[in-house]
Write a protein that binds this ligand. Structure first.
Ligand SMILES: [Zn+2]
Ligand SMILES: [Zn+2]
Length: 373
């Protein structure tokens, strides 16, 4: 146990989470068994994944920094290290394959030892997709088409995994038990682990001939277009669930979660279901009153400003905000008035303002409310 996680990734001890993530992604692309078939790369890939499972998680990293490699190893089992860490998402994001079949010798072992082998038997994975909307789309709801890369039911074998027409037989790898005992080389030494048989995914059964389209997995990776109706009033961080749209599995397909975020708006700031904007008006309009045009989410609106409108005055446009989620009502638009004081005046304009000042000063009390002059 000589390597430490920082040197495995080649990052300094004070690296930020973003730096660590970036370096890890580069290494994963370089070392992934699909891309690099050397035995060394496979070993290194294991170590890099483990290092990232710790340093990429602020809580585990803190523990690791506190106790050092040896102390950390006493506190965390290999299973603990990978718990809560979803490499599927990371690899998917990088366009790398995680569903290794037996055609990649050895690489299946990496993942069965990394994930404890349990994943094979579970239902299909949930997928998280980030969707960024404009404030206008949030306000009214929208229909969005997105490309989702997921495992879909294999069209050739309809998800069963056998080459059409071939017989069911006892799995030769696990002899029908569905489980395999093996010794895994881990960062913490050799460990005896029981894993789910990767050949039959724990079912104990396999087919005479596997489906040639999916390699017996029952699913194939594909990018599909998904059209989603986004209801009005969604907020940042909200997740919409599309049942069964995640990864296909014979044990039940996962779900697709769409996580919402909103682009910053040029004019409006959202607060709950209300929107806020600042509108600059000429000082003479503020003094004398008059009509001004203000922006709304649907375009513009004309409103009347009272005579003597003060700086910072708030005007509420009822119902011009965001439609509330699962409700028929809407928030409001709140406009803050900012008075525009000119910085360059013509000779004539200056004369007029000077005359105004003289008048104001000569009628003490009367003109005091125009305090900005
Ligand atoms: Zn198939
Ligand atoms: Zn088996």
């Amino acid at each position: 146990m000589t390597d430490d996680y920082y040197s495995i990734l080649g990052v300094p001890k004070d690296a930020t989470q973003d730096q660590i993530k970036k370096v890890y992604r580069e290494l994963a692309l370089k070392l992934h068994p699909d891309r690099n078939k050397s035995k060394d790369a496979e070993e290194q890939f294991k170590k890099v994944n483990e290092a990232y499972a710790v340093l990429g998680d602020p809580e585990k990293r803190k523990q690791y920094d506190t106790y050092g490699p040896a102390g950390f190893g006493q506190r965390y089992s290999e299973e603990d290290i990978f718990r809560g860490f979803n490499f599927d998402d990371i690899f998917r994001d990088l366009g790398l394959n995680i569903n290794f079949g037996s055609d990649f010798s050895g690489s299946g072992d990496i993942f069965s030892s990394m994930f404890g082998g349990a994943r094979a038997q579970n239902r299909g994975r949930d997928i998280l997709h980030n969707l960024t909307l404009t404030l206008e789309e949030v306000a009214e709801g929208t229909k969005k088409e997105m490309s989702i890369k997921h495992i879909k039911r294999c069209p050739k074998c309809s998800g069963a995994g056998n080459e059409p027409g071939s017989r069911v037989i006892k799995c030769p790898k696990c002899n029908g038990s569905g489980r395999i005992n093996k010794v895994a080389n881990t960062f913490f030494g050799r460990m005896q682990v029981v894993t789910t048989c990767d050949l039959c995914a724990g079912s104990g059964k396999t087919y005479e001939r596997k489906c040639s389209a999916c390699g017996g997995r029952g699913g194939v990776i594909d990018t599909e277009k998904v059209e989603v109706q986004i209801p009005p009033g969604v907020s940042d961080g909200m997740r919409l669930r599309l049942e069964g749209m995640g990864d296909f599995s014979q044990y039940g397909s996962g779900d697709l979660y769409i996580e919402i975020s909103t682009k910053e708006h040029r004019i409006f700031r959202r607060e709950g279901d209300d929107i806020h904007a600042t509108v600059r008006v000429p000082f003479h309009t503020a003094i004398l009153g008059g009509n001004i045009t203000v922006p709304t989410l649907k375009g513009t609106k004309e409103i009347t400003l009272d005579e003597g409108t003060q700086q910072g005055r708030k005007i509420v446009l009822k119902g011009e905000g965001i439609k509330r989620f699962r409700s028929n009502s809407s928030g409001d638009e709140i406009i803050s008035i900012e008075i525009d004081i000119p910085t360059h005046l013509s000779r004539e304009e200056k004369d007029i303002i000077s005359r105004f000042r003289e008048l104001d000063e000569s009628t003490k009390g009367g003109g005091k409310k125009f305090r900005f002059f």
